[in-house]
Design a protein around this ligand. Structure first.
Ligand code: EPZ
Length: 418
């Protein structure tokens, strides 16, 4: 198992590039199952979750050709409409094939995800939505079996709570349903709008993606298309925090600043100078002292839960008390104990983490527990005195493309050891 060895204390300076969005690329890859024609996707990040999704799609019947950051998928027919437990347990986003499979072939068998490091994360809302569209759902042996032999039919689906992949799954199911589907209380994340952009290029009729009401007029078939995935807002946000926490001067290139608007506003309150040298770049400069500022995670356009752990690392270096409230997942504070091992003063109280700073962090051996928790440990290590060894970095490899190489280019002393 690989580890990162990081020697902290170097302010990051220079320019760092953003890769394509993992959470946009995953549903886009699944959407290729909706047509027998080729779908070409550009700016696909080279991360482990993407390779896992490609493996799943090959088993289902897709031909997948990868060339650098571009992937072409062709699915002449669905050979095996199934997402097995072995894959779903390693990547929950595998459930994104449920909607496309039922829409294209009238049936799907997808393993239930089971427990997760950050919370319960059920898929009941995906199932509820498919039932509204007329699918018959059965659960047995840990699997969901969905059937719609005569096809799906449009319906109004009102989500009980906002779900990102649930909205994406249902949108992919509804594009081939008979008649109109209306998704209410839909997720407004940029990844949902990006998926809609791809589906529209494939011939789907979708209005309102990016708002909480999405209207879809079903069509009888979709065709091939080419699409470029949006930049990864969570990676961009992680780098912005890296610039801030190290007291550096870092320009994050190739991002969409609006997509991290909530974070950038917070960084300014914290005392970081934030500018936009170009429409697709953000420069962060942190010369003086940082102030503690409370933060509550919310659905987009609120502060992303996927940046909560990284923000907590930043607050260990800010003066005062910051109350961080996690509202999306019930167990997403695993990084707090590891940060505490490095010297942070963090008290957990249910959904709240109370961070008192600034505290000098010192290098230690720590364990990555999930993707974003790992990113927060990298950030803490970049500012800690001495050497930090982060174990189980396979978590970070799921969602960050060559993070150690990118950070090293802007001055970080980070290396990967086997
Ligand atoms: C997506 O997960 C992202 N994953 C997550 O990214 C992200 O943390 C999350 O959205 C929230 O922004 C992908 O896009 C592949 P949800 P998703 O359904 O769709 C509850 C990362 O680090 N819920 O929006 O699985 C759920 O338990 C990650 O890249 C139900 O109760 O999240 C949670 O509390 C991890 N029933 C809340 O809704 C359901 O059927 C939001 O989850 C579905 C969800």
């Amino acid at each position: 198992m690989d580890k990162f060895v990081i020697n902290g204390g170097v302010p990051l300076r220079g320019e760092i590039a953003t890769s394509g969005s993992k959470n946009s690329a995953l549903p886009a890859l699944a959407a290729a199952l909706l047509t027998e024609e080729p779908v070409t996707l550009h700016r696909i990040p080279r991360v482990r979750d993407i390779r896992t999704m490609q493996r799943l799609l090959v088993d289902i019947g897709a031909k997948v050709d990868v060339e650098g950051e571009s992937v072409q998928l062709t699915t002449p027919r669905i050979v095996c409409p199934e997402a097995p437990y072995e894959l779903v347990k390693t990547m929950r986003a595998s459930s994104l094939v449920l909607g496309p499979l039922v829409a294209r072939s009238g049936r799907a068998r997808v393993s239930l995800p089971g427990g997760c490091a950050i919370g319960a994360r059920p898929i009941n809302l995906h199932i509820f939505g498919l039932e509204q569209l007329g699918a018959r759902i059965r659960q047995s042996h840990g699997y969901i079996e969905a059937e719609a032999p005569d096809g799906l039919r449009g319906a109004v689906v009102h989500f009980d709570r906002i779900t990102v992949t649930g909205t994406e799954d249902l949108m992919m199911a509804a594009v081939l349903a008979k008649g109109e589907t209306v998704l209410r209380n839909a997720a407004r994340e940029p990844e949902v709008a990006d998926l809609a952009g791809l589906l529209i290029k494939m011939g789907a009729k979708i209005e309102g993606a990016g708002t909480s009401t999405i209207r879809i007029q079903g069509v009888t078939e979709l065709g091939g298309a080419a699409h470029t995935i949006i930049p990864d807002r969570i990676e961009a946000g992680t780098f912005a925090i890296a610039g801030a926490i190290t007291g550096g001067d870092l320009t994050v290139n190739g991002c969409v600043p609006d997509h991290i608007g909530a974070l950038l506003a917070k960084l300014q309150q914290v005392g970081v100078e934030v500018t936009q040298p170009q429409s697709n770049a953000v420069r962060v400069r942190a010369a003086g002292r940082l102030r503690s500022v409370d933060m509550t995670t919310e659905e987009y356009p609120g502060f992303a839960t996927d940046l909560q752990a990284q923000y907590m690392a930043l607050m260990t270096q800010a003066e005062g008390i910051a109350i961080i409230i996690e509202t999306i997942f019930e167990n997403r504070f695993m990084h707090a104990q590891e940060l505490a091992r490095m010297g942070a003063n963090i008290r957990l109280d249910g959904k709240q983490a109370i961070v008192a700073g600034p505290r000098e962090l010192t290098g230690a051996g720590v364990i990555a527990s999930d993707l974003r928790a790992s990113a927060s440990l990298v950030l803490a290590a970049l500012v800690a005195r001495g050497e930090t060894v982060i174990d189980r970095v396979y978590h970070i490899d799921r969602g960050y493309e060559k993070i150690e190489a990118k950070l090293a280019q802007v001055g970080a002393k980070i290396r990967r050891v086997e």
